[in-house]
Ligand binder design. Structure first.
Ligand code: KIV
Length: 268
C-alpha cells in the first residue's frame, strides 16, 4: 500500500513550481485508472449529481451519496489525495460542517473536504481545522449558489475581483489548505496564485494557477450535447489512440507542461 499524497506534499509541489493534476472521480474503476496515470488529486465532486444522476444542478446531491462515492474512489486509489465535496446545505453551521466532514473522512476515506464560499465560511474553516480536518476552499463561480448568481465568469468587475482576492487571502489565514478557483479571468487567478502559499487549482481560470481540475466526463467527451459547452471543456479522448488511460495521461502531461488550458480555453 503506497502512502497517498498529503496536503503538505501538495504545498511542497507548489513551492517547487510543479503543477498539480486534478480530475473529478466518482468510482473505484476510474480511481484506479486516474491514479495509475499520475493524477495527483481525485475530486469526488458534487458534480456527480449532474454527470452521474442526470440532475440539472448540484443542489439535490446529499451527504450519503457523497460518502458512498468517496468510499468507492478511496478504495481504488493508491497515491492520489482524495478530496470530497461537502454538498449543498451540509455545512450551514460549523457544527453541521464538522458532522458532515467527519462522515466524509471516517466513512468515505477522504483526506480533505471542499466547501464553497468566502467570508461567510471562515468560522467553518477554522472549526474544521481545529479538529485537524484539511479544507479546500472554492471561490469564483459557485455551483451551489447557481440559483442566486447563475453560471457566468466571476471577478471581471474590479470590486468583485478584489472581493475574491480578499476572500482567498482570508481563507488561507483561516487555515484552508488548498483553493479551487472556478471561472475567473486568468489575470485574477494568476494574482491569487501568486499571493497565496497554498495551492490554487483552476477550472476555467487560465494556465497560471498551481494546478488544474476538470470534470472527468468532459475530458472523455461525454459532455451533454444540448447547448454550448463551457470554454474550459476539452475532449482529450477523441483523436488519440491510448484509450481512456491515454486521454488522462495526455491531460496530465498538458497540465504539467502548462500547455492546458490554452488562452482560448480561458477567460479574459
Ligand atoms: O463538483 C465539482 O466537480 C467541482 C469542480 C467543478 C471543481 O467542484
Amino acid at each position: 500500500m503506497n502512502t497517498p499524497l498529503s496536503p503538505a506534499d501538495l504545498r511542497a509541489r507548489k513551492a517547487a513550481g510543479e503543477p498539480l493534476v486534478a480530475l473529478t472521480c466518482y468510482d473505484a474503476a476510474f480511481a484506479r485508472v486516474l491514479d495509475r496515470a499520475g493524477v495527483d488529486i481525485l475530486l469526488v465532486g458534487d458534480s456527480l449529481g449532474m454527470v452521474l444522476q442526470g440532475r440539472e444542478t448540484t443542489l439535490p446531491v446529499d451527504l450519503e451519496a457523497m460518502v458512498y462515492h468517496t468510499a468507492c474512489v478511496a478504495r481504488g486509489r493508491r497515491r492520489a489525495l482524495v478530496l470530497a465535496d461537502l454538498p449543498f446545505l451540509s455545512y450551514t453551521t460549523p457544527e453541521r460542517a464538522l458532522h458532515s466532514a467527519g462522515r466524509l473522512l471516517q466513512a468515505g476515506g477522504a483526506q480533505m473536504v471542499k466547501l464553497e464560499g468566502g467570508a461567510a465560511r471562515l468560522d467553518t474553516v477554522r472549526r474544521l481545522g481545529a479538529e485537524g480536518i484539511p479544507v479546500c476552499a472554492h471561490l469564483g463561480l459557485l455551483p451551489q449558489s447557481v440559483l442566486r448568481h447563475g453560471y457566468h465568469v466571476h471577478g471581471r468587475e474590479p470590486a468583485e475581483a478584489e472581493c475574491i482576492l480578499q476572500d482567498a487571502v482570508a481563507m488561507q489565514k483561516a487555515g484552508a489548505q488548498m483553493l479551487v478557483l472556478e471561472c475567473v479571468p486568468e489575470v485574477l487567478a494568476a494574482e491569487i496564485a501568486q499571493a497565496l502559499e497554498i495551492p490554487v487549482i483552476g477550472i476555467g481560470a487560465g494556465s497560471r494557477c498551481d494546478g488544474q481540475v476538470l470534470v472527468l466526463y468532459d475530458l472523455l467527451g461525454l459532455t451533454p450535447l444540448e447547448g454550448e459547452p463551457p470554454r474550459f471543456v476539452r475532449d482529450f479522448l477523441t483523436g488519440q489512440d491510448g484509450g481512456i488511460a491515454g486521454a488522462v495521461r495526455a491531460y496530465a502531461e498538458a497540465v504539467r507542461a502548462r500547455a492546458w488550458p490554452s488562452p482560448d480555453h480561458g477567460y479574459a
